[in-house]
Design a protein around this ligand. Structure first.
Ligand SMILES: CC(=O)N[C@H]1[C@@H](OP(=O)(O)OP(=O)(O)OC[C@H]2O[C@@H](n3ccc(=O)[nH]c3=O)[C@H](O)[C@@H]2O)O[C@H](CO)[C@@H](O)[C@@H]1O[C@H](C)C(=O)N[C@@H](C)C(=O)N[C@H](CCC(=O)O)C(=O)O
Ligand SMILES: Nc1ncnc2c1ncn2[C@@H]1O[C@H](COP(=O)(O)OP(=O)(O)OP(=O)(O)O)[C@@H](O)[C@H]1O
Ligand SMILES: N[C@H](CCC[C@H](N)C(=O)O)C(=O)O
Ligand SMILES: [Mg+2]
Length: 490
C-alpha cells in the first residue's frame, strides 16, 4: 500500500512518492522487509533505539516523534529509510493502521469507565445477536465472535492488532461490534481510527494510579473517547446520576453530539422501579415507546447499571426499543463477574468475581449481602506492579461488608507477595492471611455453613497466576470446584 495514501491529511511531511508499505508495527522484533516501523518512547523503553535494528530487518519507513527525527535519521544513515516525524506519532500510527486494514464492522460502539466495561460489551453483543446481527465484543475477555473466541492479553489491543481484528471480523460478516476502551488504550491512542457509532461512560473510581498521576489525568484519558474519538454524528450514552457524568455531558453539549441518558435520572431509559425477583431483578423502565417491565436474570445493583448502559448503546446503534427490552431478559453475565461457581453440600454458595479495585469490591459484596442468610466471607488479594494505594482500600471495602476476610495472593508479578498482603490486611485488621491462593479458597469453603456465601474476588475469568515472569496455571473456578470436592459432603 502506498505510503502517501496511508499518510494523507495527517500531521506529517510529504512522504516519498510510490513508497510501498507491506505492513506496519511498533515492535522492531516484528519488522519484515517493506514494513513501516513506529518508534515510540514507552513506559519502560525507548523504541527509537531499535531504529537501526528495524532498518536491518527491512523497514522502509520509520515514524517517530518530530523532536527525535534527526537522531533516528543518523541511526539509520546507511539505509534507504524514509523517516517521518509527527507531533502525535501514536495517533498518526493508529490512523495509518486503520487505513492499512481498511474494513471495520459497520456499527461499532465503545464503552469506557473504571468498572463494568467487560460486562457492558458482553451485554451489547448479546443484544445485537438477539436483534439478528452477527456480532462480536472485544476487550478483557479477548474477542468473542459468533463462531468462537480468542484471547488477546490487553483490554484494548494495540492499533495494529485491533485494526487487523476489526477487518477480519468485517470479512467474516460481523457487522456489529462492541469494544472496551481502557484508559491506557485511550491515552496511548490505540483506538484512534476506529469508526464509532456510539460511546458510553459507566463510572469513574480509583484505578491505575500507578499510570495516571492524578484522578483528573485518568478522567481526561477517558474523556478522549467523547471529545476526540466519537464523531459529531455519534451518540453519547451515560447515566447522569454517576459521578463525573456531568463532565461527559459537558463535552457532548459543547460538541452538539446527541445524548442518550439512562438510569434513575435518565430521560431516554428511565429506571422507575427496581426490586429483587427470584434469582434476578424486576426493572421498570420508561421509554419513549412506553413503560416496560423487564426481569433481568442477574443479581447486583451494578449489573442493572451495566444493563441500562448496554441497552442505551444498543438503541443508539439503531436497535428497536422493544427488541432491546426483550433481550435484557435473556442476558448472561460475563464469565467471572459475580458468577456462581459452586454450592457445598451443607448449603453454602461460592461466587467468583473480578473485583480488583475498591469500588468494584464494595459493589460486588453489597450485591451478594442480601443473598447471604448466614455469613458473608471474601477471599481477596491485590495485583503486584499495580497501584499500591488501592491495597488498604480494598481491605477496608472487604471488612465493611464481610464477616470474614481472607487475604491471599492475586498476581504478585515482580513484587514480594507478603508485603502486598500486609498492605491489604492494613485495611482489614483481623483478616485471616493465607498466601497460597488455593489454600485460602479451600479454607473459605471449609468454613461455609448453610445460608453462607463466599466471594472469591480479583481474578474472575483469569486462568493463570503471574508470579515473577512465570504464569502458573490457576483458575478460581477450578479451585472452588476442587475445594468443594475435598469436603466429602456433596
Ligand atoms: C504501560 C502500558 O500500557 N504499556 C503498553 C505499551 O507499552 P509501551 O509503549 O510503554 O512500551 P515499552 O515496553 O516501553 O516499549 C516502547 C516501544 O519500544 C518497542 N520495542 C521494545 C523492545 C524491542 O526490542 N523493540 C521495540 O520496538 C515497543 O514495542 C514499544 O512500542 O504498549 C504496548 C504495545 O501496545 C503494550 O503491550 C504495553 O502493555 C503492557 C504490557 C501492559 O501491561 N499494559 C497494561 C497496563 C494495559 O495496557 N492495561 C490496559 C487496561 C486494563 C484494564 O482494563 O484495567 C489494557 O487495555 O489492557
Ligand atoms: N457498573 C459497575 N459498578 C461498580 N462495580 C462494577 C460494575 N460493573 C462491574 N463491577 C465490578 O467490577 C468487576 C469487573 O467488572 P467488568 O469486568 O465488567 O469491568 P471492567 O471495567 O471491564 O474491568 P477491567 O478494567 O478490569 O477490565 C466485576 O466483577 C464487579 O465486581
Ligand atoms: N487489566 C487489569 C487486570 C487486573 C487483574 C488483577 N487480577 C491483577 O492482577 O491486579 C490490570 O492488568 O491491571
Ligand atoms: Mg474489562
Amino acid at each position: 500500500m502506498d505510503l502517501s495514501y496511508l499518510a494523507a491529511g495527517m500531521d506529517l511531511p510529504d512522504p516519498a512518492p510510490d513508497l510501498q508499505i507491506k505492513g506496519l508495527t511498533a515492535d522492531s522484533r516484528k519488522v519484515q522487509p517493506g514494513y513501516l516501523f513506529a518508534a515510540f518512547k514507552g513506559a519502560s523503553t525507548d523504541g527509537t533505539q531499535f531504529a537501526a535494528d528495524s532498518a536491518a530487518a527491512g523497514a522502509v519507513a520509520i515514524l517517530c516523534a518530530s523532536d527525535v527525527v534527526e537522531s533516528v535519521r543518523q541511526a539509520v544513515s546507511n539505509a534507504r529509510v524514509q523517516v517521518l516525524g509527527s507531533q502525535e506519532p501514536r495517533q498518526v500510527f493508529a490512523k495509518m493502521a486503520a487505513r492499512f486494514y481498511g474494513a471495520q464492522p459497520d456499527t461499532i460502539v465503545a464503552v469506557t469507565g473504571t468498572a463494568g466495561k467487560t460486562s457492558v460489551a458482553h451485554f451489547v453483543r448479546q443484544i445485537f445477536q438477539a436483534a439478528g446481527h452477527p456480532a462480536a465484543s472485544l476487550g478483557t475477555l479477548g474477542t468473542i465472535r459468533p463462531d468462537g473466541s480468542s484471547y488477546g492479553g490487553l483490554t484494548t489491543p494495540d492499533p495494529v492488532a485491533l485494526q487487523k481484528e476489526l477487518s477480519e471480523l468485517q470479512h467474516e460478516g460481523v457487522d456489529h461490534a462492541a469494544l472496551e476502551a481502557s484508559s491506557h488504550g485511550l491515552d496511548q491512542y490505540r483506538l484512534d481510527g476506529v469508526r464509532l457509532t456510539a460511546a458510553a461512560f459507566t463510572n469513574l473510581g480509583r484505578d491505575h494510579m500507578d499510570y495516571h498521576p492524578t484522578i483528573e489525568d485518568y478522567l481526561q484519558a477517558k474523556l478522549r473517547l467523547f471529545s476526540e474519538l466519537l464523531p459529531a454524528s455519534g451518540t453519547v450514552v451515560v447515566d447522569p446520576g454517576e459521578k463525573y457524568a456531568d463532565r461527559v455531558l459537558q463535552i457532548a453539549g459543547q460538541r452538539g453530539v446527541r445524548v442518550l441518558t439512562v438510569g434513575e435520572t435518565g430521560k431516554d431509559l428511565k429506571l422507575t422501579g427496581l426490586r429483587p425477583e427470584g434469582g434476578g431483578q424486576l426493572l421498570t423502565i420508561e421509554t419513549e415507546r412506553g413503560e416496560y417491565k423487564v426481569i433481568l436474570p442477574l443479581i447486583g445493583r451494578f449489573q442493572v447499571s451495566n444493563a441500562m448502559i448496554a441497552a442505551g448503546l444498543s438503541i443508539a446503534a439503531g436497535i428497536g426499543v422493544g427488541t432491546v427490552m426483550r433481550a435484557l431478559e435473556n442476558l448472561k453475565g460475563a464469565p467471572g463477574r459475580l458468577e456462581l461457581a459452586g454450592k457445598t453440600g451443607s448449603g453454602g454458595m461460592v461466587f467468583v468475581d473480578y473485583a480488583h479495585k475498591p469500588d468494584a469490591l464494595d459493589k460486588a459484596l453489597a450485591a451478594l449481602k442480601p443473598f447471604a442468610r448466614g455469613h458473608l466471607s471474601v477471599v481477596i488479594g491485590a495485583g503486584g506492579d499495580r497501584d499500591p494505594g488501592k491495597r488498604p482500600l480494598m481491605g477496608e471495602a472487604a471488612a465493611r461488608h464481610a464477616d470474614l476476610v481472607i487475604v491471599t495472593d492475586d498476581n504478585p508479578r515482580s513484587e514480594d507477595p507478603a508485603s502486598i498482603r500486609k498492605a491489604v490486611v492494613g485495611g482489614a485488621p483481623g483478616a485471616l492471611e493465607i498466601g497460597d491462593r488455593y489454600e485460602a479458597i479451600a479454607e473459605g469453603v471449609r468454613r461455609l455453613h448453610s445460608g453462607d456465601i463466599l466471594c472469591v474476588a480479583g481474578k474472575g475469568h483469569e486462568t493463570g497466576q503471574i508470579v515473577g515472569d512465570t504464569v502458573i496455571p490457576f483458575s478460581d473456578h477450578e479451585a472452588v470446584t476442587r475445594a468443594i470436592s475435598q469436603l466429602g459432603d456433596t
